[in-house]
Design a protein around this ligand. Structure first.
Ligand code: HEM
Length: 219
């Protein structure tokens, strides 16, 4: 059953790609050249933004899986976490490729200057680089090779990648910061949930202070 649901979910995750590419390449009734106008006056920018948006959305969906499976008591949701994370990476690659190819025409000098000088690019690039080891080690073989604890520790990089993604967005917008703030609020809730869970686990493990042991035992 899960296998079929996974196929459907996989298809759904490809819909944004389909819509963005069909708008980018698709003909438009008022466009004499036959392509590009479906995404507005600046189709390359719109494509780049579309992929960027979906990278961040998939990162947030990946981070929601653990809280949702616990709160809704649906343990099988975990089976979709890897797919969501890989889709975040996939849209990140599409976003980065659009930037490298259609925005900068692989002009290495300009790209390096951008990464070094424009801080929103530096932080976006950092977020993307952080996702690479996660995508590479996402297989069961890598979990075995690294061991569960080390694998989990490595995969906490997704928190830093998502924070970098939100800062990247916040720094690139010029006036209306509502959208990056909305993403930031969702991320804050998802990270806040983890801090609370971690804090509660720590409190449970902490040994009882001597004074209270005295109270309990009466000695
Ligand atoms: C974790 C990785 C990344 C995430 C989550 C991300 C996300 C985003 C988002 C949400 C936007 C704005 C979309 C909108 O306006 O609707 C955006 C724009 C953009 N991103 Fe990224 N991005 C990432 C990595 C990168 C990288 C590696 C580069 C290039 C080195 C890059 C370059 C850009 C550029 C050039 C824009 C458009 C800026 C403008 O129009 O002024 N991003 N990104």
């Amino acid at each position: 059953m899960i296998r079929y649901i996974k196929i459907v979910v996989f298809g759904i995750c490809l819909i944004p790609l389909g819509i963005l590419l069909s708008k980018f390449f698709g003909p438009h009734p008022f466009d004499m050249s036959g392509w590009g106008l479906g995404l507005g006056a600046n189709p390359v920018e719109a494509l780049e933004h579309g992929f960027g948006d979906w990278t961040l959305r998939f990162l947030l969906v990946t981070l929601s899986i653990t809280p949702l499976r616990k709160l809704l008591q649906v343990p099988s949701l975990i089976k979709f976490r890897r797919m969501m994370g890989l889709f975040a990476f996939f849209y990140g690659c599409a976003h980065f490729t659009t930037y490298l190819w259609l925005d900068k025409f692989f002009n290495l000098h300009e790209i390096l200057l951008d990464v070094a000088k424009r801080k929103y690019i530096t932080v976006g690039f950092t977020g993307f680089v952080l996702l690479i080891p996660l995508a590479l080690t996402s297989t069961a073989g890598w979990i075995r090779r690294l061991g569960g604890k080390r694998w989990l520790a490595l995969h906490r990089l997704i928190y830093a990648a998502a924070i970098a993604g939100v800062i990247h967005y916040l720094w690139l917008v010029k006036a209306d910061i509502r959208k990056p703030l909305e993403y930031g609020a969702v991320l804050a809730v998802l990270l806040g949930y983890r801090v609370v869970v971690w804090w509660m686990a720590l409190a449970k493990r902490r040994p009882m202070p001597v004074a209270s042991t005295e109270v309990v035992t009466g000695r």
